[in-house]
Design a protein around this ligand. Structure first.
Ligand SMILES: Nc1ncnc2c1ncn2[C@@H]1O[C@H](COP(=O)(O)OP(=O)(O)OP(=O)(O)O)[C@@H](O)[C@H]1O
Length: 232
């Protein structure tokens, strides 16, 4: 398996706050990885640096061996914490936008997922509920044939019944050689699809483990372990 993401001494300082301290991490292709940690532990900061939205203060992040930039945007599909889609457009226009923007976008895949979620092509984003708008953005992001997907809280606003559907859509639609990095607080909803988990604490790597190791060697669910490790 090849390494798709590498963080070397990755550090981000915002004024008096250090959001990430010398993070060293190496993620292999073909895995679904949960990026977990309490509020303020650095998850979004890491995802933003992978996507080149903010630059490291020290150290570096490499995607398939290269620094974030135009070339990495071709292989990384990113779902931000808050949707940037223009609310005045319709679903079909959002699909066209992604299709024009990304060579790896699969329109058929997007329309298939939208139909299964009962989302009409003609509907305006402004008239949708927040959760439905989030589903549209996730569908667009997952309809790319990317090498690395970075999903920042993908199911936070989605009802529990739709969560299962969305998670199965995620696993059924991604190429087996791709990697998915998912930041979430909804651990019990998501842990069944994860291969590995990263626990961040105060901007540092507290643990990086396979889910099988947590289940079989420690005899716990990831959710239970998280609650024990980060007990307030
Ligand atoms: N633009 C910024 N300016 C100043 N401080 C920031 C900025 N962005 C993040 N931080 C700080 O960096 C730390 C990490 O924030 P980050 O958003 O990465 O955490 P998180 O793990 O994603 O949290 P949550 O689970 O609440 O979304 C926090 O202390 C936060 O206040």
């Amino acid at each position: 398996m090849s390494v798709i993401l590498e963080c070397k001494n990755l550090t981000k300082v915002f004024g008096p706050k250090t959001a990430l301290y010398g993070l060293n991490l190496s993620l292999e292709s073909g895995r679904i990885i949960g990026l977990l940690g309490p509020n303020g532990s650095g998850k979004t900061t890491l995802i933003k640096m992978i996507n080149g939205l903010i630059s490291p203060t020290e150290g570096e992040v490499l995607i398939d061996g290269i620094k974030p930039g135009v070339d990495t945007k071709k292989i990384v599909s990113y779902l931000p914490e808050r949707s940037y889609l223009n609310r005045h457009i319709r679903v079909a226009q959002a699909v066209e936008l992604f299709s024009d923007f990304y060579e790896d976008f699969d329109r058929g895949r997007a329309y298939d997922m939208l139909a299964r979620l009962h989302i009409e092509r003609n509907e305006k984003l402004s008239t949708m509920s927040k959760g439905t708008r989030e589903k549209v953005h996730l569908v667009l992001v997952m309809s790319r044939r990317a090498r690395l997907y970075c999903l920042d809280e993908p199911i936070a606003g989605v009802d529990p019944a739709a969560r299962d559907f969305i998670l199965s859509t995620i696993i059924n639609n991604y190429d087996e050689n791709a990697t998915i990095l998912i930041s979430t607080h909804l651990i019990s909803d998501i842990e069944n699809i994860l291969d590995e988990v990263i626990f961040l604490e105060y901007g540092q790597l507290r643990m990086f483990s396979s889910v099988d190791d947590i289940r079989f060697n420690q005899g716990k669910s990831v959710d239970t372990l998280f609650r024990e490790v980060f007990k307030c």
